[in-house]
Design a protein around this ligand. Structure first.
Ligand SMILES: C[S@@+](CC[C@H](N)C(=O)[O-])C[C@H]1O[C@@H](n2cnc3c(N)ncnc32)[C@H](O)[C@@H]1O
Length: 485
């Protein structure tokens, strides 16, 4: 069962994003390298100018008006000439419009700086450029790169969330910035994944619950439980009163909890845990601790986990993805991960990746469930048809179905063509695997019980990330050499 929704739109979005990444690189192609390097080296001038405009709240002050710099300065309590020059620089960057000498108004780019804009990113600009977040970048990054320690910890003497527990003002700004992420991504994560198959979302690390609310709005049959650190949950309920529809809020509950200690237990397979942008803030061992806790909370219920996280390509990440990864290093010594890195964590935690779903955001939904370690997966697999020996060529269209104790299947689509290949088994790197290959074109079908070696070979060929991390997953030949017998 695929939980992907709006597949066509999601594919088109991925293409547009790829094109946008290429366009963002255009200055590198058009500007002579020494000049471009100087631009990059002084890019912080731009972020500081933007930050000061956000601090002075110039965009909100301007609203729909066109105003002279001296009036703007008077309204925001700043010096006239300096304000005019700041706005001139921002207008040159495309933020604000200079309509006449020293007269400015909001434009498409400056509008989201307004506190009252529905897609306001003001909190995000304030948070990233705050002394708290920028000091580690300015003062401790080199040291962190030299010794691998988190610059945030070097600058503030504490791990980021621990530090935030003691600084409620910054914590509130952080939570507000996280909520404003919704402004960037909209509610696509709520529509491109089929949440309606479930009854309850347990949104762990869900902040004040903005993501849960977006899901509840799209899926009237769902309820949500948001779990976060006590300081975040405090007042979360009150925060939404009057901002959101009261009947919607009856389906939303909050509970303080620590993902690293215990998590509310799932009660049925209609529960799904959502962790959005939480694990990228943990190092590998902490992630495993969190995932093991989730596995325990799932118990025998058959509930799933949906991780909404970035999946970096193994090579050649684009600038937004690579920058987020560095921000994670700066803040928490943690990381955005590649698919093979995610797999390594799931393996250590007794979870299996059921499927990777794309949505129209920078992140993907990785859906997992608990591995059924004691069950023989082949007994749980659907009945098999034995086929004539035949050779497997490199498949064009790969669907890997992972058959687990509940007879549920995993799908991993690699590309499109008429051939369908199905790999069944609890784990691609261990135990027995059933491999079924069907070719709808010639109506041939083959199924086999295979040994770990061949399983490894196939998984190594089709899923190179398995080959890299698993000694059993070493490829033993080219795809053309592998025959089903
Ligand atoms: C980057 S924010 C993501 C917020 C939200 N899920 C989203 O996607 O916008 C990470 C969240 O994880 C929460 N968090 C971090 N450590 C936690 C822990 N040990 N237990 C519960 N929540 C935690 C933080 O308080 C924060 O709200």
């Amino acid at each position: 069962m695929s939980l992907q929704r709006n597949a066509g739109a999601v594919r088109r979005f991925a293409k547009v994003m790829k094109f946008a990444a290429w366009l963002q690189n255009l200055p590198n192609k058009l500007t002579p390298p020494p000049f471009r390097l100087i631009q990059i080296g002084s890019a912080y001038w731009q972020s500081r100018a933007l930050y000061v405009a956000a601090r002075l709240d110039i965009a909100t002050t301007l609203g729909e008006t066109e105003t002279a710099a001296e009036d703007i300065a008077a309204l925001v309590g700043a010096q006239t000439d300096a304000t005019a020059r700041l706005l001139r620089m921002l207008a040159a960057m495309g933020v604000f419009e200079e309509t006449a000498p020293r007269r400015f108004r909001n434009n498409k780019m400056s509008n989201p700086l307004r506190a009252d804009h529905p897609s306001s990113v003001r909190a995000m600009i304030l948070m990233h450029n705050s002394e708290t977040m920028s000091r580690p970048w300015y003062e401790r990054l080199e040291e962190g790169v030299r010794n691998g320690k988190a610059p945030f910890e070097l600058a503030h003497g504490a791990e980021m969330y621990e530090w935030m527990d003691r600084h409620p003002d910054f914590d509130a700004l952080f939570a507000q910035a996280m909520d404003s992420v919704e402004a960037l991504v909209g509610d696509r994560f709520a529509t491109d994944f089929d949440w309606s198959r479930f009854g309850r979302v347990i949104d762990v690390g869900g902040s004040k619950g903005a993501k849960s609310l977006a899901i509840l709005k799209q899926h009237p049959g769902l309820t949500a439980l948001v779990v976060d650190r006590a300081i975040v949950i405090e007042g979360a309920d009150r925060y939404w009163q009057g901002r959101e529809d009261a009947s919607l809020l009856t389906r939303l509950r909050f509970e303080a909890g620590n993902l690293l200690e215990s998590i509310p237990a799932a009660t049925s397979d209609r529960d799904i845990y959502l962790l959005s942008a939480v694990l990228h803030g943990f190092d590998d061992d902490t992630c495993v601790r969190a995932l093991v806790n989730l596995g325990q909370a799932i118990g025998g219920s058959g509930a799933r986990i949906a991780l909404l996280e970035m999946v970096l390509p193994e090579k050649g990440a684009d600038l937004p993805a690579a920058s987020f990864d560095m921000q994670m290093f700066m803040a928490t010594r943690d990381r955005e991960r590649t698919l093979s890195e995610w797999h390594a964590l799931f393996d250590r935690s007794g979870l299996v990746l059921q499927a990777e779903y794309r949505c129209r955001t920078l992140r993907k939904t990785l859906c997992q469930r608990r591995a059924g370690a004691q069950r023989d997966p082949l007994r749980a697999a659907p009945p098999v048809r034995h086929a004539q020996p035949r050779c497997l060529g490199q498949p064009n269209h790969v669907v890997a179905r992972q058959v687990g104790p509940e007879q549920e299947t995993q799908e991993v689509r690699r590309s499109t063509a008429e051939k369908t290949w199905i790999v069944a088994g609890p784990r691609l790197d261990g135990g027995c695997l059933g491999i079924e290959a069907t070719d709808p074109g010639c109506r041939e079908s083959a199924n086999m019980r295979t040994n770990k070696r061949l399983a490894g070979a196939l998984s190594g060929l089709w899923f190179p990330e398995y080959a890299r991390r698993s000694p059993r997953g070493k490829p033993i030949g080219r795809a053309q050499d592998i025959c089903i017998q």
